[in-house]
Design a protein. Sequence first.
Length: 366
Amino acid sequence: MSLLSFFDFKPAPFGLDIGELSLKLVKLKTRGKKIFIDSTGELALPPGIIVDGEIKKPEELIKQIHKLIKTAKGGKISTKEVVSVLPEPKTFIKLIQVLPVKDTDLVKAIEKEIERHIPMEISEMYFDWQIIDNPLLAQQDADKIYVLVGACPKTIVDQYSSVLEQAGLTPLVFEIEAATITRCLMTEGQKNADSNSAKIIIDFGAARTGIIVYDQNSIQFSISIPISGAEITEAIAQDLSLSLKQAEEVKIVCGLDKKKCQGSLRKILHDRVDELVKNIKNTSNFYKNHFPYANKVGKVLIVGGGANLINIDEVLSQKLDLPVESGNLFANLSAPDGKTPIAKEKALSFATAIGLALRGLNEKEL
């Protein structure tokens, strides 16, 4: 689902994930019906360039984007066309219902419904929508139209668009992060096989954590919570009197394994893990109680850099009493000779960039 689209769409732009603390890019190539990763890149951003989703230092961000493109590994980034993402805390995505109306009145009906869900004037936001043609939902309520709506303040979209254009790029589409992550993880076969079970997708980011509810072959809604990889590193540094660099290394080596580092990190991160579990349970309960067609949550998928924390899947599974597993970022991709071009310890943080690049291959997708 795109939030902002331009009509002169050409195939194979690269995906650019703009985060508060890092930039990532992925460019894909096709060979027959198979899709391969052609180029990848990652660059840490100095703090302060982007704060709470707002670009505070556009000129510095432009420099970093140029550096990322120049240092990308694999095939050369020769295209100027890009599919990028909007900051998750500033966006909104939800499946809504509207009564059937004439085509000419559908937009007005959607706008009216959006006003009930988003605390912002229609004139102050860009929004896009996609009708979900799903027989499973139709069985639940045949008298209504299901519409997946995405929205973002105009000031934010214009800000990101301006930076990319000043960097010499052509932004074809801006996406909401929840949409691009689910595109990366889900395949048509999985959609059909799991149609009677909801999933919760956890995106452990460096600056925040996103929780996505996916059911009936569609995103239902997403939320953002202030638990981040950076905050965890800072907590480790403070408790163990380490530098941030040392704390990050300890986090990678020890994780939540009871047998490593004498289980010290498990104790330090106990409250944060419990807070995460509480948010996941609250999200699940909200979905169950407010969505009449909701399926029971049957699985939790984890992506993002924080998903690499050793034993995080085991700990969450025990506390949630649900299967928890890492998302398969290569579900829609092929790998030459079975080898993936992204290091295993980095792969889970590339979900957004891969999803954006996949969007770039499909000019018909909204």
